[in-house]
Each structure stands twice: as C-alpha cells, then as structure tokens.
Design a binder for this molecule. Structure first.
Ligand SMILES: [Zn+2]
Length: 266
C-alpha cells in the first residue's frame, strides 16, 4: 500500500515522503507534476500603444512568463473546448494593461476579465516607463502543458531522493569517525553510542561506510521510500499539483489498459 506523509507545506513549497512505491513510479510522478499539469499563461498579446523603451516582443515574452492563478475546473483546454479552439470565455481569459509613465509597471497593473484569474504575485516588474510614455495592450491567456513551454509549468525545482535504511551493527566500537566524516550530519553520538539521527539528510555518499574500520555500517537503498520536494509558481497549491498529476497518470493508464483489452479481443 502506498502512503504519503507531508513533512512541510506552505502555499508555495512542499516536502513529503512517499512510501511503498517503486522508483519507476516516483519518477513518473515527478515527470507528471512537471509536464502533465496544465496552467494558464498569456499566449497572445495585442499591443495598441507602446511608446516605452522596451520592444513589443520582449514585453510580450515577459508578460507570458507571469504566473496566473489557475482554476482547472473553470477552464477547458482550447483544443478540447466546445468552441473547437476558436477561443471563448471557457478556454481563454483577457488581461488588459493601460498605463502611463512615469511609473514602474507591475504584474498587479494587469486587469483581468475574470476576477479569479489574476497574476499569482502583483509585484513582478514588467517595464519602467518615463514621463509621457504609454502602454496599452490586451493579453490573452489559455491553458497549456509544460511540454509546450515552461510558462505552462506549475512546478519548479521538483526532485526526489531515496530514503535509505542505515543499520549500525554490533561490531561498532563507537569510534565516532562516521560522525566526523558525514558531511550531512546524519549520525550523532549519544552518550558515546553512535546513532542515526537525521536519515532524511543522507545523500548516499557512502563516506561513513568507507571510514568505518569495523565494517559496522550497512546501507540499504531498496527501501521504496522517497523524499520529494518541490516549489510551485503560485498558479495553484502544491497539493493541487500532486492530485492533478496522479489523476493524469490514472487516466492515461486506464486509457492504455482499455486499448490493450481491445487488442486482445481482436
Ligand atoms: Zn472555448
């Protein structure tokens, strides 16, 4: 039975242990979180007026990279929408910008047609305008996947590592060399007895095994326990990303199984 235990969580970061799964599954989950969770991002910008110093295309690129709060229940993928990809309020949202210098234009200056779909942070600088310079544009955002462009990727810095099982055998003479050698402070000496006190920090460097003259330290890597950690760009919560990724994997495997069953009938 697989289980998930959350160690740390806030709006933007999560650290959790997943247990009872293979490394193949852990890697599938990592890849699904990166590339199979759609998010909204600006894909098209109509620029009506730009008398600032920044080129239109650089400006459009910057606006495209601003993370937008994404409610996946509200929006359809454009290609799967009832409008057949033409663009409608169910698959796209407009954000307008109408500002005049002198001022620094921030993501918070974008005015969205949908009050729930706004930039995840309102303090991302876009451009600096001088006295009399004007910027007037309309940006259109749609859902997309990280495989298409990283602006559609909800997670950043997503990774996992194996949580090993470290056993200190009876032949240990408590010399303390492993405590000194370990760069991650996995071991500590408790009244002269060596103990494993921070298993989550172990990076499997095996320096403790090499330094131990009594061969008393055993490391087992095949534990089926993994420590995951990742951050999100603010478009949705870390828990939402995990749920959507797991559902995507489930749906794809169900589709694959269905196709395989049809094959065996024929
Ligand atoms: Zn549509």
């Amino acid at each position: 039975m697989a289980s998930i235990q959350i160690l740390e969580i806030n709006k933007l970061k999560v650290k959790f242990i997943i247990e009872g799964v293979s490394e193949v599954f852990a890697n599938s989950l990592r890849r699904a979180m990166i590339s199979m969770v759609p998010t909204l991002a600006v894909d098209f910008v109509d620029i009506y007026m730009n008398s600032g110093l920044m080129y239109d295309e650089v400006l459009a690129h910057r606006i495209g990279l601003i993370p937008l709060k994404t409610d996946l229940e509200k929006y359809n993928l454009k290609e799967k929408c009832t409008c057949s990809g033409e663009g409608c309020p169910s698959c796209q949202v407009s954000l307008r910008l109408n500002v005049e210098g002198p001022k620094t234009v921030y993501s918070g200056d974008l005015i969205s047609d949908d009050p729930d779909t706004i930039p995840a942070f309102d303090n991302i600088p876009i451009v600096k305008l001088k006295e009399g310079q004007q910027l007037m544009l309309e940006a259109t955002a749609r859902l997309g996947f990280g495989t298409e462009h990283s602006k559609y990727q909800a997670v950043c810095g997503c990774g996992y590592k194996i949580i090993p099982e470290i056993t200190i055998e009876d032949s240990c003479n408590n010399c303390g060399k492993c405590v000194e050698e370990c760069p991650r402070d996995v071991f500590s000496s408790n009244n002269g007895t060596i103990e494993v006190t921070d298993i989550y920090s172990c990076s499997l460097c095996y320096l403790c095994v090499k330094v131990c003259e009594e061969n008393a330290i055993q490391i087992d890597e095949n534990t089926n326990r993994f420590l995951f950690s990742f951050e999100v760009d603010g478009s949705m919560t870390p828990l939402k990303v995990i749920k959507v990724a797991l559902n995507q994997l489930k749906e794809r495997f169900a589709e694959f199984t269905e196709k395989m069953e049809k094959l065996s009938v024929e």
